[in-house]
Design a protein around this ligand. Sequence first.
Ligand SMILES: *Cc1c(COP(=O)(O)O)cnc(C)c1O
Ligand code: SF4
Length: 356
Amino acid sequence: MVPRSGTICQTSAWKQELAEAYRRLDDLLAACGLVAAEVPDLDLLPADFRLLVPRGFAALMRRGDPRDPLLRQVLPLRAERHLTPGYVLDPVGDGAAARGQGLLHKYAGRALILMTDACAVHCRYCFRKHFDYEGLVPSAQRQAAVVAAIRADESLREIILSGGDPLLLSDGMLGRWLHRLDAIAHLRRLRIHTRLPVVLPSRITESLVRVLRATRLDVTVVIHANHPNELGVAAEHALRRLRRGGITLLNQSVLLRGVNDQVATLEALSERLFSCSTLPYYLHQLDPVQGAAHFAVTDRDALILEERLRTRLSGYLMPRLVREHPGAFAKMPVSSDGWFSRLLNPGVSLNDPEDP
Ligand SMILES: *Cc1c(COP(=O)(O)O)cnc(C)c1O
Ligand code: SF4
């Protein structure tokens, strides 16, 4: 048993857990009580983006169910090899938006740093799955350039640490970043986009919370859970620990066919999030990344789901259904897409009647 107190033991515990994550399909299937022949369309030799699933996350999957919603998020299928028109390598235009040195500045007042290309889990629908991080993740030498760019732009009030998963950096590295950002007077807020409280909750140590508390910036952690079963007891404890540290907790999900495209699932997700001190933030329409078309839910179905969800949930438990448009000034509500595309095509009158 690893003692629960003692920072050093806790730190090595999460690194050890990451080292022991499933990287071989056979091991993952065995953990789920499945054999390859039972899984329809399984890809035994995926070309890129190899399998990676922490054991604690796999333990939340239902045994013997090839359609388990957590398993579906991480299982390589042959459907990923289909080339679907409109599904591209960099669907959100990050390559073009990169302002050099790993700083993405697309929206007013906030910019995003790609802290690392590493994740603790490989999600098959990920929009960054083919992303070329080469030269975009700031190396030790280039961190100074990122900080200088942020210091020079007084319009920035919020910095988002993203990736990859920024919480895979050590406490020491994170502490040094926070220290540099803290010293930039025009910054007010820090946001961390991470899946680790869900897939590797042992990462949320008291030592990490101390690092996140040691800044004058208001800290928000935005987690990523798509299904209520992802939030087990360990995740709940990790999130409560962050909350006790004064950190605001939000969740973003991706709407995924066969995972969370049922109103009861989305309702249960919002309820479970709240019981874990976390508010729903975004429900993203899938970014059209090559090899993920089998996860797509049509806009019509997504809007119907959203309206049904609204009949069941308190207002503050409703996630915002959004889509990312390359070149847009924000994530846009799916319901405004018709209006938005007319705005982008000034030849078309804004007073055109809406499609039914
Ligand atoms: C999504 C995103 C943000 C954050 O957008 P919010 O709507 O504020 O959550 C910021 N920068 C980039 C580049 C993004 O992709
Ligand atoms: S954790 Fe996030 S960035 Fe990493 S593979 Fe999953 S969706 Fe992509």
